[in-house]
Design a protein around this ligand. Sequence first.
Ligand code: ATP
Ligand code: MG
Length: 210
Amino acid sequence: TPLASLRGFAELMLTREFPPAQQRQYLTIMEKETIRLSTLINDFLDLQRIESGHQTYHLESIDLVPLLNQVLALFSFDKTKHTFHSNVPKFPLLVRADADRIQQVLANLLSNAVKFSPNGRTIKVEAAQREEFIVVKISDEGIGIASEMVPQLFRKFFRVDNATTRKIGGTGLGLALVKQIIEAHGGQVWVESTQGEGSTFSFSLPVASA
Ligand code: ATP
Ligand code: MG
């Protein structure tokens, strides 16, 4: 609840004097909560737009390889706890897709891989052609998902509710967005996971015909 926290810290700073270091600490929290709130609102608006049929996709023939490398570089930049391993070919993997939306899918899956592996370890990204589709896999060695939860994961606002996930936080919109975007491209998204060992989220996109 980013708003409650923003309001709380604002009220606190208005009613009492704090030394500069403490002020800075509170402002840092407020800044983080603002970013969280804006992500939440944007995810929510994106889903609303998709579900009401007002999302337009700019489909082009795009190469997934540089896109994957770009998103991966962005993610591995400030994450020292995790080791990122890329198994992406040197040759192009052409799909017919909206690059911005696929970037959003990759960012959501990578952000989940990072936050649901609180002990760090390896996050692996691989991509390869399987018949008429390009399949991308993002694996982590994190907390994993109980098999009975899997059918619900892609539902709006669904979160696995246990002590660990409550501490990690989130809204439950990321995977709903991922599913909507991938299916609108004619692809599929699925997950394989073992509780306590890690998860692999995969999606497919139709190859761009020449
Ligand atoms: P948001 O993405 O909106 O910030 P979120 O990450 O909690 O919030 P989703 O991305 O939709 O929501 O994921 C739904 C739930 O699926 C998560 O709350 C978590 O319980 C589970 N989950 C998703 N990815 C993983 C993963 N890589 N490992 C373990 N559990 C996962
Ligand atoms: Mg998420």
